[in-house]
Design a protein around this ligand. Sequence first.
Ligand code: ADP
Ligand code: ZN
Ligand code: ZN
Length: 830
Amino acid sequence: MKHELPYQSAAATDFAEVVIPLALPLNYTWAVPEHLKEAALVGCRVEVNLGKSKKYAGVIKRVHQTPPEFFEAKELVSVLDAAPVVFESQLQLWEWMARYYMCTEGEVMAAALPAHFKLSSETILVFNEEAGDDFTELDHEAFLVAEALLLRKELKLTEVQLILDSSHVYPVVNRLIQGKICYVWESLKDSYSPKKETYVLLHPDYDNEAALERLLNTDTKLQRAEKQLELLLGYLHFQKTEGSITKQALLKKTGASEAQLKGLADKGILMLEKRSVDRIRSLPKDIRINFELSAAQSAALENIRTVFKEKDVCLLHGVTSSGKTELYIHLIEEQIRQGRQVLYMLPEIALTSQTIRRLQRHFGGHIGVYHSRFSQNERVEIWNKVKDGSLKIVLGARSSLFLPFQDLGMIICDEEHDPSYKQMEPAPRYHARDAAIYFASLFKGCKVLLGSATPSFESYNNALTEKYGLVQLTERFGNIKLPEIELVDTRRYRTKEFADTIIFPPLAESIRSTLERNKQVILFQNRRGYTPYQRCNTCGWVPQCKYCDVSLNYHKVYNKLVCHYCGTNYPLMVTCPGCGGHDFIQKQFGTERVEEVLQELLPHAHIGRMDVDTVRGKHAHDQLIQTFEQQKLNILVGTQMVVKGLDFEHVELVGIVDADGILSFADFRVNERAFQLMEQVSGRAGRKHGVGKVMVQTTQPEHPVLLQVQRHNYRALFDDELPKREQFGYPPYTRLIRLTFKNKIKDVVKDAAALFASGLQDQYGRFVMGPSEPLINKVRNQYLMELLLKLPRNTRLITQCKQDILFKIAALHQEKRYKSVVVIPDVDML
Ligand code: ADP
Ligand code: ZN
Ligand code: ZN
């Protein structure tokens, strides 16, 4: 029914639907006052009042002429941006993400925008000590606030409001932030400043052929300083081939001295500048790919192009070290030639300077790096360059998907199987790979390339069912063989003598001989997410859950075995069903213990350890990688961190210390994950010289996953596992939605979950599992309960179910007893 508007006049009022960074179920609407009509564009930030005293900076999503039905719209206070900060496609992504992942657009917006763009009454402004104290350039209002900041160092936005006593506080604050007088304080994030190095640049005066020629041939000061001339020529050579060069590298490569370099700097010919490794602005003159693809790579490239003629998504399944990265470089280059932008996504931890440098070698300043740990200024800088189209390539972790791309031609999602693409906490709990596929669909002809040596079963299944194209690279680059996998059966060492052994003789021996040949070793021990388990010491049997087909974990506090999946408890095993034995062990050991044991074994070896405990510092991770790369370490012991996309030349041996631990994850994905992990770790061995070897210590050498790892046979593993997924109703056959209930009172949360479950069961009976108490059932004084939905892959049904869930959450909150129960949906949980 069409709404008759009693007060609609000839000059219709404009209304703006605004997204504000809060978990509101709907966007609210404000009236656009006459004087802001021209400025209030979709995508611009506006200052709005909410309730009596709260202020927010929101983003206009839509401008229209329909007044809100149930209340009278208040007016927008001000418009903060001269031009939109986001495009229509970002707003569409936010909307899609909120709907698909069952959160609010405000929550997505909060995740998407750099802190500088987010202002609210609670925002705290921090004085930038580098700003100095001369504010004479500022206008009167900005001046007042700057003075107050200088004095107090920090101001809440509510305080700024008092100082200015005006209705347009945010524009003033906005000017101060843009002028770098202050920044927005962000709690929880440790501000990360990227590593700085001194770069050598040619002074812009000589940045053209003619001037350079004059300088080299006729400048008398330079002619007399022969060594300096030599250094300059060296510099020009490297600049041409590398794009940019650090002071350290230049001096090393040319053999010149600091003084000679200083001489050139004093003459104003070269300039020295401290820059972060990730932000190099000098562009190489033209992009030139200086390597040739192998026959296999060329064929794969051709196949990818063919796939993209028909499909928007292609899975590149290429074994480790097959040269996938070089293929990406080619594809990126094609996009750049057409003037389009490319997003290259990687898991956060794989964004090491090793990867960054490799891409910078080809793309120089065309490439920008975006990660959630960068400083706000840097994030805003990249944001703006992406928006105006001057930055063509972004290398980033999952949050780079939110950048305001103007004209995206391709998204590459490397290591697409990596679980860290899924955001766990807080909302939006999105999967960046899946969101990327949606996002790409908003740009004309934009393609998505997923790459992995061990694809997720979801993606591989999509490829086999021809939803995606599939291209394979089955050989390593340079005809290097995949490493040979040797299983070390540790059951042979069940005597007293080896009771505390972690590194058994065959592995110890191999490590020793590898070091003797001056080669390097990586030892993998998966400690995170590694929970103790009970195991038969005679035959290696690990008890399984009778409902879930996963290994049970030993829980010390309760002295029980627990299925992490469905929550079922079991008494400890007394008699082994495999062999009738009674000798059980409960094992747990981490990287630190491995390091100790190694050091005792090899007192002269240089050992490094890489896990969350050792790489806390800002650059620790990169530094450790570089030290290892430079062969200052013989052995690197680490968790998953050593797995991600690293390319070391001299690693010959990889040891997997405890495969049983990996194979006993309590999760239906255990076999998929175990294969991925072991295949990826193995992939670090023998990448350049083709003599890689992997030793796997296990009590279950006949385990089907190990047999497939040994054959590097991903496909066989997939074919083995898929029927089980179907039988037990897991992805890729179903879609999972997990609901977590939280409350301070245990009975309340239990009853709420039970009530909710029975409500859902009416409609979705056989798809509802639980409620059950998660193993960690109390977090920050809140008790937890979980409910799992395994929905068939029927889009209509899933969409309906999501709506029903949201409706039921609202209904639950209507009841007094359950008002404070928090319900968190996690769609496609991992
Ligand atoms: P993946 O990403 O598949 O693990 P990489 O792209 O890291 O493999 O390639 C493995 C190694 O082979 C790297 O050191 C890379 O520089 C080298 N490489 C790959 N393709 C080429 C090529 N066409 N020319 C020269 N070197 C190559
Ligand atoms: Zn047994
Ligand atoms: Zn179970």
